[in-house]
Design a protein around this ligand. Structure first.
Ligand code: GCW
Length: 669
């Protein structure tokens, strides 16, 4: 009935939404260019490419598009063709005399070309003089799941895991294929199936069979599977007394396990490791270094085409400023890692806060390929209730200048390997998806998955351009609606920062869930899990002094980068309290005192959520009613919680600063 109809568009199709183009002329123009699809070759990935293109075009153009082994005028030709300028995965979509061709040096490249062509049609562009050429700047474009064997997802807010381990390998949920389509369409070519807080189970024969079944679904889409490993696995499932990486029996165990995995999954991608971090076991338990561990694991890969991604997310209670700890552990190991090892570094030095300076390891380990890890799941960014588009956050990190080799040594150039001439490069996003029908809980969470994939492929794309693309593909192509919605996306991250952690505040969220404010938190299992450790509010002022008179974390950065933040009067306000303890009454570049600026930001930030609501309402006529209602309701929660953040933080900091609210601001409720 009418009720069910309201849910017809339930978000399941993501951006792969091939509804018929409304503009008849545009449709006719494309129809002439897409009478059919001619594909040379019968391998799985080429067939997949042809099928995806067919599916998309049939929907968009509203008529059948046959696939054949060869075809005449108006047929789109798909072909693998050597092209040294395109690397392994780059594509060309070109209009030639007889019609469009999609070519690339590999089958996966052709698949990416087909998705690029679909995106072109779907966003309403013309086929005239088509020449879409692109190749990925980063080689391993990873999606990391934090999914557990029991179906829970660590920091997951969109239902349970999409991987149904107990049904595998016999039952193959059709959703796995849709997952593969979505990832391939944005160029993701590797997925880590399980949580970095890893269960050893995944390495057992029982689970390897299950993993192999998933790999079989992802393979035709150019996606390889990887596993997170528990360092203690040789003890936990191998019956050995130790997991010391230098112990010959331990080495032999890993070697044998790895060989078994490759027997079942010949294109297995490799391992991701969280070791000696937050209670996870690791090589340091045996007096060995991270490099000893990573290199042993790399050795176990032998001649198989696999890699080890070793995470640098480490910190220990009582060892000084947490900001510096990963650097202190890892930087001295630069040059000591084996060829197949990459070190995986979070975007910032603390932990996926709403805004962080770039991690000081970027640029500081020139002999080691570094993986940039960003978090798509919104652990500290409002879970699946707050609308926060992460394109700007990811871009901000990629564009940050490390000055490691002079001006222009951006994080992006470190990560893509061009700055330090590495032959391998990788980037990782912690997945925000789960079993919810719309994959991400918040419908706009889909934009974060999308933006991550697009930036992993090409970090020079603009965050605004991607928002525009996603909106057209997913929500509406109606111009006024696109404008209203993209304005919200583009501002949303700054707004979130303003009502939660303005001016460089960080880690003042609720302790257990990491949700909502708890700036007064002073007691925890360890001091670096409290809020007062980070904001250091006292009678004099606010902020963490990380200059030479404080923890001196700033010294970890190259002089050019340090320069930007070093001086409390010239430090950009967005980073001020990351690096300086600033008197409440100090006048800032805005003309306001710190206290007045802080409170003003909390108030304007919360008010801006009302602006987001108005913008969303403006787009209403162009939106699916159920989707409109869902997001509108979430924006109401967001406003309620923005007030909660504002009031909690203003009142708490006021209890320390003893300053009156600036004139014109209403008292907290
Ligand atoms: O942010 C913290 C999270 C943990 C997570 C850890 C990590 C997987 O609170 O849940 O564990 O980071 O990245 O290892």
């Amino acid at each position: 009935g009418a009720h069910l109809q309201g849910y017809a568009d339930d978000g399941y199709r993501l951006w792969l939404k091939y509804d018929q183009l409304a503009d008849a002329k545009l449709r006719a123009t494309w129809q002439a260019q897409a009478r059919g699809i001619a594909v040379e070759g019968s391998s799985a990935t080429l067939q997949t490419a042809a099928r995806e293109l067919q599916l998309g075009l049939q929907g968009l153009l509203g008529r059948p598009v046959p696939v054949a082994a060869s075809g005449g005028k108006g047929y789109i030709q798909l072909r693998v063709a050597a092209d040294p300028a395109l690397g392994k995965e780059g594509y060309r979509v070109v209009s030639e005399k007889n019609g469009l061709t999609v070519t690339g040096p590999s089958e996966a490249a052709v698949l990416y070309g087909c998705f690029a062509l679909l995106r072109h049609v779907q966003t309403g562009q013309l086929p005239t003089k088509l020449n879409l050429t692109s190749q990925p700047r980063v080689q391993y474009r990873m999606l990391n799941h934090w999914d557990n064997p029991n179906g829970t997802v660590e920091r997951g807010y969109a239902g349970s895991s999409i991987w149904k381990w107990q049904e595998l390998p016999e039952v193959i949920d059709p959703r796995y294929q849709d997952y593969a389509r979505a990832n391939a369409s944005i160029g993701i070519n590797g997925v880590v199936l399980n949580n970095v807080n890893a269960s050893a189970r995944y390495l057992t024969d029982e689970y390897v069979r299950k993993v192999a079944a998933v790999a079989g679904v992802l393979r035709p889409y150019g996606i390889r599977v990887y596993l997170s490993v528990l360092w203690a696995a040789p003890r936990v499932i191998g019956g050995l007394p130790t997991a010391d990486p230098l112990d010959p029996k331990v080495k032999a165990w890993w070697m044998a396990r790895t060989n078994e995995i490759y027997k079942a999954i010949p294109d297995f991608g490799g391992f991701l490791v969280k070791a000696n971090s937050e209670g996870e076991p690791g090589p340091q338990d045996y007096g060995r270094t991270h490099a000893d561990g990573a290199n042993m694991l790399a050795q176990s890969l032998g001649t198989h085409d696999g890699i080890v991604m070793w995470r640098a997310f480490v910190y220990k209670a009582g060892s000084g400023d947490r900001f510096k700890q990963a650097y202190e552990d890892f930087q001295p190991l630069d040059g000591k890692f084996a060829d197949k090892v990459l070190v995986q570094v979070k975007n910032g030095p603390i932990d996926f806060q709403a805004r962080e300076p770039f991690h000081p390891l970027f640029g500081a380990m020139p002999r080691t390929p570094l993986v940039l890890e960003v978090q798509l799941t919104q652990e500290y960014l409002g879970f699946a209730t707050h609308l926060v588009y992460l394109g700007p956050l990811i871009k901000e990190c990629l564009e940050a200048d490390t000055y490691a080799q002079g001006k222009g040594s951006t994080v992006a150039k470190v990560v893509d390997g061009s700055l330090e001439k590495h032959s391998i490069s990788a980037i990782a996003g912690v997945a925000n998806i789960g079993s919810d029908r719309n994959w991400t809980g918040h419908p706009v969470g889909q934009a974060n998955w999308y933006a991550y994939g697009r930036l992993a492929w090409d970090h020079t794309l603009s965050s605004e351009g991607i928002a525009d693309e996603w909106t057209r593909m997913t929500l509406s192509r109606e111009p006024a609606a696109v404008t209203a919605i993209t304005q919200v996306l583009n501002q949303s991250r700054n707004i979130y920062v303003r009502y939660t952690t303005p001016l460089g505040l960080h880690h003042i969220m609720g302790q257990n869930l990491h949700y909502g404010p708890e700036p007064w938190l002073a007691q925890s299992a360890r001091p670096d899990w409290t809020a007062v450790y980070y904001h250091k509010a006292d009678a004099e002022g606010l902020g963490f002094n990380r200059t030479a008179t404080g923890s001196n974390a700033l010294a970890l950065y190259a002089p050019g980068a340090r320069q930007v933040w070093m001086n409390s009067t010239t430090c950009p306000l967005n980073y001020l309290l990351w690096f300086h303890h600033v008197p409440w009454t100090q006048q800032l570049s805005t003309g306001r005192t710190l206290w007045n600026e802080l409170t003003t930001r909390y108030y304007t930030g919360a008010d801006s959520v009302l602006w987001m609501q108005r913008q969303w309402e403006q787009a209403k006529p162009a939106l699916d009613p159920a989707l409109y209602t869902d997001v509108a309701a979430r924006l109401r929660v967001q406003h309620r919680e923005a007030l909660w953040w504002r009031d909690a933080c203003v009142l708490y900091f006021q209890s320390v600063s003893k300053q009156p609210l600036p004139p014109g601001l209403p008292a907290p409720t």
